[in-house]
Design a protein around this ligand. Structure first.
Ligand code: M6R
Length: 613
């Protein structure tokens, strides 16, 4: 949520910052701005809308000489929390004297009280944001030492922040700090770049440092000095990123989402490779860090996540119960810490998050840790906060996911959950023979997915008949129920079609009242247990005029004939089938959105990484 970039070095800072913002735009894209140091002064450019508008504004207002001259600056792309996405609310914000500029990701919860206090001292505010209040507070604390002023100000605020601060009086440095919002520092040759995530850094260096909560750093072109908020030095390791700039490009596809859908055979290959033990019919997940005894003692699995990650957890719930005979339950991360979760040291809590930064999931992890559960994570972003706070877990290795709509992360999450369930299952009820068979199927997932992707053109043609509807229902049973939820989420978030996912049996308990002639019902009717009952539910919908698009198993002609349109997936284990089935729905949603002319990679009102509660 919101993207921050800061640069100090030898290059044209404004261009570096704008290019960095382009990489971070998926985090928020309702307004953008940058502040640079030019000739001892802070100069700001801002624009409502996307980074392209900021680029136009800066090039219109600033001379080419300025672009060549400035080598230090900070920038921001916003996802509005306080105040609408106007130019005046866009970051950076300045202090009262106009000498200090601040960009901020997060929420200052006590900003009203701080603002009132500063107003009584004569401060004047222009925006509705909490960030401007923090900028003024830093200015108010400044007695000639920017680092100390930022420390003092941060001691007075409650809430979350990832910040970068620039002062006209200390032009050789940028101060950055974090609490609850990520900051990565890239260490280049004679240049240092900071950002909310590594994708803005890739073009400059592979060497990065991830700040921890309550770290504050003084960034210079050739040095990084990290301390805590009490000015005590701390040591943070330098890590290698391990992926290059090409991984964050569209690579010839019209949209990142389409590219990421097509990448799934590879990303799944990366998630699965080296993690299957064919001999034991099990999986090897070293990151879980569990001894066989600890595994045997687990009495319950609690899966936590939001949005798509929550849906992956729902598939996991079926997998743990089916394969391992363990009581499993999914909990919405946002709700978790506000109820009274009953947890003990025999409960395995698995936090699922692509970004590893989702505020609700992070808060749930902290609650679970505090209650003494055995906590681990499934994250995609290496070094992310959730991955680090859980300490143990399994990385997805899906590669950077840029499109706001999650695709390859979901399928890798499900694949890893299947491997976890298989591992737990083999220590319990699941036989070696069955384990070997399932392990083989898991290993074949990339191939199964590739077969669905081959139907891309056909799916595009089918989608053309569903672009006029404003409502759609997705139905499924068993592990296909979460697939229905995920299919509906994909369609609604990128095409703005109102789509609802239901258990196939649930429609007749109310929602069926909404069916009219031609209402689309997308039925996941693969040849898995429960299919016949789903077929019955399909007939109930058809009798009310619905148009049925079925996801059916290859060769199951009888089922295909029950549908107005159908997409096939290869025959496979019911749990494994969730993955190709969802890929079919991803492509369907993509093409409906494309044909409706939507902004697929950056849908309205959304952001990729939701770091506010
Ligand atoms: O990074 P996370 O997996 O924790 O993100 C959770 C959700 O915000 C995310 O899955 C969201 O629902 C996506 N936009 C869905 O496509």
């Amino acid at each position: 949520m919101c993207g921050i970039v800061g640069y100090i070095g030898k290059a044209d800072a404004a261009s570096v910052l704008i290019n960095g913002l382009r990489r971070l735009e998926y985090r928020g894209y309702d307004s953008a701005g940058l502040a640079v140091l030019d000739d001892g002064q802070i100069v700001v450019a801002k624009a409502p809308g996307k980074v392209a508008k900021l680029n136009d504004r800066a090039h219109a207002d600033w001379t080419p000489e300025r672009f060549r001259r400035v080598t230090t600056g900070i920038a921001h792309t916003r996802w509005a929390t306080h105040g609408p996405p106007t130019e005046v609310n866009a970051h950076p914000h300045l202090d009262q004297a106009g000498d200090i500029a601040l960009v901020h990701n997060g929420i200052i919860e006590n900003y009203r009280a701080v603002r009132a206090r500063l107003e009584s001292k004569g401060h004047h505010f222009y925006s509705e944001t909490d960030t401007e209040v923090l900028a003024h507070l830093i200015g108010d604390c400044n007695k000639g030492d920017l680092f100390q002023a930022v420390c003092d100000a941060l001691h007075q605020v409650e809430g979350t922040f990832g910040i970068a601060v620039l002062s006209a009086h200390e032009p050789d440095k940028i101060i950055t700090a974090r609490r609850g919002s990520p900051i990565v520092i890239g260490i280049g040759e004679g240049e240092t770049i900071i950002a909310s995530d590594a994708s803005a850094i890739l073009a400059h260096t592979q060497r990065v440092i991830y700040l921890d909560d309550n770290d504050i750093a003084v960034i210079k072109a050739d040095s990084v000095d990290i301390r805590d908020l009490n000015n005590i030095p701390v040591t943070r390791e330098i890590a290698e990123l391990g992926f290059d700039a090409a991984a964050a490009e569209k690579g010839g596809f019209d949209h990142f989402m389409l590219k990421e859908i097509h990448e799934q055979p590879d990303s799944l290959g990366n998630a699965i490779r080296g993690r299957i033990d064919h001999n034991l019919g099990s999986s090897v997940l070293a990151g879980m860090g569990t001894s066989p005894r600890e595994l045997a003692e687990i009495s319950r699995v609690v899966l936590l996540g939001c949005g798509t990650s929550l849906h992956a957890g729902l598939v996991g719930e079926y997998a743990f119960e089916d394969l391992a005979d363990i009581h499993a339950e999914v909990q919405q991360a946002a709700e978790f810490r506000y109820r009274n979760p009953i947890l003990g040291n025999r409960d395995l809590v698995v936090a699922i998050s692509q970004s590893g930064e989702t505020a609700d999931t992070l808060a749930a992890v902290r609650e679970a840790n505090q209650k003494g559960a055995f906590v681990m994570s499934l994250c995609n972003v290496v070094g992310s906060t959730i991955a680090r706070e859980t300490g143990r877990g399994v990385y997805l290795h899906a590669g950077p996911e840029i499109s706001v709509a999650s695709t390859k992360a979901f399928t890798c999450q499900v694949a890893v959950l299947l491997m976890m369930a298989l591992k737990l299952g083999r220590g319990r009820r699941y036989s070696r023979e069955d384990g070997i068979k399932l392990a083989r199927e898991i290993e074949s997932i990339p191939e199964l997915v590739a077969k669905v992707i081959l139907q891309n053109d056909r799916i595009a043609k089918i989608a053309a008949d569903y672009t006029q509807n404003e409502h759609a229902f997705f139905i499924g049973r068993g592990p296909m129920y979460p697939v229905a939820l995920e299919g509906a989420l994909k369609l609604k978030e990128i095409s703005y079609v109102h789509a609802e996912g239901y258990h196939a049996a649930e429609l007749k308990h109310g929602p069926i009242a909404l069916l009219e002639q031609g209402t689309p019902v997308i039925a996941i009717a693969c040849d898995v247990p429960g299919k016949d009952k789903t077929l019955g539910n399909i007939e109930e919908c058809r009798a009310r005029g619905a148009r049925i698009l079925g996801i059916v198993t290859e060769g199951d002609h009888e089922t295909a004939e029950c549908m107005d349109d159908f997409i096939t997936i290869p025959r496979c284990h019911p749990l494994v089938a969730t993955i190709p089935a969802v890929v079919a729905l991803q492509l369907f949603a993509y093409h409906v959105a494309r044909l409706r002319g939507c902004e697929i990679d950056q849908p309205r009102n959304l952001a990729k990484s939701v770091t506010v509660e």
